[in-house]
Design a protein around this ligand. Structure first.
Ligand code: SF4
Length: 374
């Protein structure tokens, strides 16, 4: 989804206002038995929702629903991006729901993150999809497509375009009027991505996103209301902290670990991460660390340590001065990241063998050949 920088910065600091204004509910208010089964709910990485209770009600009655989450092709798939896909995997395992994944090369193009749409960008999109499927997705439960190669999406976007005004898009996205026409039309494409499972398969959908991306949900819900389509639900996911302490950003490599970073680079990044440790070893032992301020602890808590007892033990030992950041926690995180990356690399080979099965359209044979030969 589009991430307009000024918009993002403002919105990231404005969560409570957005929630109040747009009827998003805190996840605590969702009476749900999934909390125990799904790590990202239990750990409150999913912080809020809109209408997810309706989806759960469907699930209880054995009715189908789907998850939709896109990926704009780029070279920079990092651990932070994978949280949403790991969450989708958990939801799929529990509910058997379908997963729709548009590869939004069109978005990257109109927002000028890709200079052209050609075979190179096509291949990049497919490779991103392979990386995501390698987390453990099964082809039978996935509908993936390259947005610019899918006439059905263009047709739906065109259909929905009469239900959104230029002024509503401009106001919602904070456009000045200098943007190209593609960025305006892209709101219709996004609505097509989100609503296509409901229109074509009669599956109500849920979209996992960051709160700063809710603007697209509101535009799409507006379209859904006018077209008498079930309004999409959403669940809001907390961001993983950047290793340097601020937000994780693809354009600042030291803030994140890319899924294809080599081990030496991973080590360097993790060993330089900002922690909640004290200035000296003596102080660390006497006063203990501050896990709430520690990016390493945030990575344990948000992603890498699923066992609650183990996490609590680290928290307590840190506070009691029993752990040393560079000797205990950072090497532990490095090992966990490498282990995760190794599993993913193995699974990637299997995905490539079955690649066509994940897609709703044929893959260009020359691209498939290139991918299988590398
Ligand atoms: Fe973070 Fe571990 Fe250092 Fe505590 S000891 S501040 S958890 S790295």
């Amino acid at each position: 989804m589009k991430q307009n920088s000024n918009y993002d910065i403002r919105k990231r600091t404005d969560y409570e206002n957005i929630m109040r204004e747009f009827g998003i509910e805190e996840i605590d208010k969702l009476q749900s038995e999934i909390e125990q089964d799904i790590f990202f709910f239990r750990r409150k990485i999913v912080i809020a929702h809109r209408d997810f209770n309706k989806i759960l009600e469907r699930a209880k009655n054995g009715l189908d629903w789907a998850i939709i989450s896109g990926r704009g092709p780029s070279n920079d798939l990092h651990i932070g991006h994978l949280i949403v896909f790991e969450l989708i995997l958990e939801l799929q395992k529990k509910f058997g729901c379908k997963f729709f994944m548009p590869l939004s090369d069109d978005e990257k193009y109109v927002f000028r993150k890709l200079k052209a749409l050609n075979n190179e960008t096509y291949k990049l999109a497919i490779e991103n999809a392979i990386d995501i499927f390698a987390l453990g997705f099964e082809p039978d439960n996935v509908h993936c497509y390259l947005s610019s190669e899918t006439p059905r999406i263009y047709r739906l976007a065109l259909d929905f375009s009469v239900n959104l005004t230029y002024n509503s898009i401009k106001a919602a996205l904070g456009f000045s009027g200098e943007e190209n026409a593609g960025t305006v039309f892209y709101s219709c494409v996004q609505a097509a991505h989100i609503l296509q499972p409901s229109v074509d398969y009669n599956f109500p959908v849920v979209v996992p996103i960051g709160l700063d991306q809710d603007v697209y949900m509101r535009l799409t819900r507006d379209v859904a209301g006018k077209r008498k389509i079930t309004a999409p639900a959403s669940i809001y996911v907390k961001y993983l902290k950047g290793l340097t302490g601020g937000p994780m950003s693809s354009s600042i490599p030291e803030t994140c670990v890319y899924i294809r970073d080599d081990k030496k680079t991973i080590k360097k990044k993790i060993m330089s991460a900002l922690t909640g440790g004290r200035d000296t070893l003596k102080e660390q032992k006497e006063l203990g660390g501050v896990p709430e301020k520690c990016t390493v602890f945030n990575w344990f808590e948000t992603f890498f340590i699923r066992d609650d007892e183990e996490l609590e033990q680290i928290r307590t030992q840190c506070k009691n001065g029993k752990l040393i950041c560079g000797k205990d926690c950072k090497p532990k995180l490095y090992n966990l990241v490498c282990e995760y990356q190794d599993k993913f690399t193995l699974k990637r080979k299997e995905v490539i063998k079955n690649l066509e099965k994940y897609f709703d359209h044929p893959i260009k044979p020359e691209i498939l050949e290139q991918i299988r030969c590398t």
